[in-house]
Design a protein around this ligand. Structure first.
Ligand code: SF4
Length: 72
């Protein structure tokens, strides 16, 4: 487990799926049953080896909904 946590503001997520393209190990776009797809965070505490891919998802999410929270 890495020393960071992944958080997504679900209200702002519009299901573009850029995050899942950048880091499919952590992000997946799912049908929410409302007709609007949303991201699903598959691992809230990914390994350090995935950090750069998660950071790419943060950087490229069109809605800037993803945050990395550093843990002690
Ligand atoms: S790229 Fe951003 S807005 Fe799009 S599905 Fe991922 S978290 Fe949601």
């Amino acid at each position: 487990m890495g020393k960071y946590q992944v958080k997504v503001d679900m209200l702002l997520c519009q299901g573009h799926g850029v995050c899942a393209d950048e880091c499919p190990e952590v992000f997946e776009v799912v049908d929410t049953g409302t007709g609007y797809p949303k991201v699903k965070v598959k691992q809230a505490r990914p390994s350090e080896s995935l950090r750069s891919k998660v950071q790419d998802a943060v950087n490229f999410c069109p809605n800037q909904t993803i945050r990395i929270i550093e843990l002690d």
